[in-house]
Design a protein around this ligand. Structure first.
Ligand code: PEP
Ligand code: MN
Length: 346
């Protein structure tokens, strides 16, 4: 009996109104007001979602279903709600917002930081040759030490303009940068250190741009999904989770790449999951194997650091691969993806 009560308390009810019908939404709001029920409400694409902290009483449900037959009710027993796998059917376009021209894999390669026009031009040309759809390059860099290179916003934005980069993934570290970088980046990256910067999460949530949410090295998967939930609750469902290594007792390499997370998340959330083996290992010699391992683990994408001359990279030189290695990776990744598609049933 006690056990049953606990389950009930954890159970959240999500009510979905298809097609965002305004009159229906007003009627429903009035109904919940009448019963004095507290709820969160968000419209995403053509659906309106109501999230209740508890299972709601039968009497309310009865009133609710008389308002419309189209209302759908989903019970969710996890602390994360909108990101739960149970809502997959309402969010089937997220993956496509990350890639161009029908690419089936979110492949991102490029330098840790935007340094010079030549460096970015070389990376863009190499990606184009290898058919890698997205280029990375931080306009700003969150660095552990204040004495390390922090990025150069003026230079970064002027390089974006000069090269007319259309497929850039760049970190944003402040609410102001979300607006400032808006016309220059295709995907916002929320870095590991900002995973729980809730005001920043809300700010990217107010845009419709795709967001890569990196996992903080000390965060549990639930905390990570709850951060994604902050973004989604603002109306932006276009989120990809990025596993980038966690902090463990092992100190032979920079981080421990938690590939369990990929397999685990596949059945827990409908969000795409990508892997960053560059930060996950901190070692350029491990990036190829761990990229392939990520693909084998069913990752929806990978993000790797590449540079025309890795040793000259201002930041993260030791984990950055050269173009020769990137080419080898892109060929082997494609072969493995082809193999994967022969046994994938999703
Ligand atoms: C990065 O992608 O360059 C970066 C700073 O990564 P993380 O936030 O995962 O450390
Ligand atoms: Mn880096």
């Amino acid at each position: 009996m006690v056990k049953y009560k606990l389950v009930e308390r954890k159970m959240t009810m999500i009510i979905i109104i298809p097609n965002n019908e305004q009159i229906m939404i007003e009627n429903i709001n009035n109904l919940f007001l009448k019963y004095e029920l507290a709820f969160h409400q968000v419209s995403i694409a053509s659906n309106c979602f109501y999230i209740f902290q508890n299972k709601i009483a039968e009497i309310v449900i009865k009133d609710l279903v008389t308002l419309s037959e189209k209302i759908e009710i989903v019970n969710i027993d996890t602390n994360y709600k909108l990101t739960n796998y149970k809502l997959k059917e309402y969010f089937n376009n997220i993956f496509n917002t990350f890639t161009f021209k029908g690419h089936k894999f979110i492949f991102i390669a490029g330098p840790c930081a935007i340094e010079s026009s030549q460096q970015m031009d070389d990376c863009l040309k190499m990606n184009q040759k290898l058919e890698i759809p997205l280029v990375r390059g931080g306009i700003v860099k969150p660095r552990t030490s204040p004495y390390s290179y922090q990025g150069d916003i003026e230079n970064g934005l002027s390089i974006c303009n000069e090269l007319k980069i259309e497929n850039l993934v760049s970190e944003v570290m402040t609410i102001q940068q979300v607006e400032e970088f808006k016309n220059h980046v295709h995907i916002y990256q929320i870095g590991a250190r900002n995973m729980q910067n809730f005001d920043l999460l809300k700010a990217v949530g107010k845009t419709k741009k795709p967001v890569i949410l990196k996992r903080n090295p000390s965060a549990t998967i639930e905390e990570w999904l709850l951060s994604a939930e902050y973004i989604m609750l603002q109306g932006n469902p276009n989120i990809a989770l990025c596993e980038r290594g966690i902090r463990t007792y092992e100190n032979s390499y920079r981080n421990t790449l938690d590939l369990n997370a990929v397999a685990y998340l596949k059945t827990k959330t409908h969000l795409p999951i990508i892997v960053d083996p560059s930060h996950g290992t901190g070692d350029a010699s491990m990036v190829l194997q761990m990229s392939l391992a990520s693909i084998a683990a069913q990752a929806d994408g990978i993000m790797v650091e590449s540079h025309p001359t890795p040793s000259l990279s201002i930041s993260d030189a030791s984990q950055t691969i050269n173009f020769e290695k990137l080419e080898e990776l892109s060929i082997k990744a494609q072969n493995l993806l082809n193999l994967r598609s022969t046994y994938e049933d999703n």
